[in-house]
Design a binder for this molecule. Structure first.
Ligand SMILES: [Zn+2]
Length: 129
């Protein structure tokens, strides 16, 4: 009872740094030029093994977006967010796409990302630069 069904990925995998649950493949990265308050964030076409939080409006560098936070199903920690809707036409490509905060996940080679390793850009919230 109660054991969550967890999808296993094959290839270059980004996984939860706390419980190693697979989250996404490097093949699904759309952009690595996003930033969040912990540093780098990547935009993914697809992310697995996450649950979503409440929808909210969030003002980012590139305008207002409707987003939901995404949480690892293995340990419940927040790993990023999903764009439900973009209000600016030029940002529509992000709709239905996922952000994983690099600081929250392990890379394909098992590497961790140290917060503050690179200069932070932008404000307290996350977005493309
Ligand atoms: Zn986890």
């Amino acid at each position: 009872m109660g054991r969550l069904f967890v999808i296993s990925l094959e290839g270059s995998i980004y996984s939860c740094k706390h419980c190693r649950t697979h989250l996404a493949l490097s093949d699904d990265i759309i952009s690595k030029t996003f930033h969040c308050k912990h540093g780098k964030a990547y935009l993914f076409d697809n992310v697995v093994n996450v649950t979503v939080g409440e929808r909210e409006e969030r003002l980012m560098i590139t305008g207002m977006h409707t987003v939901v936070d995404i949480f690892c199903v293995g340990c419940g920690s927040i790993v990023g967010w999903k764009y439900e809707a973009a209000h600016e036409k030029s940002q529509k490509y992000k709709e239905g796409k996922f952000i994983l905060e690099r600081f929250k996940v392990l890379g394909p080679d098992g590497s961790n990302y140290l917060s503050g390793q690179e200069a932070l850009v932008g404000g307290s919230d996350a977005d493309e630069v």
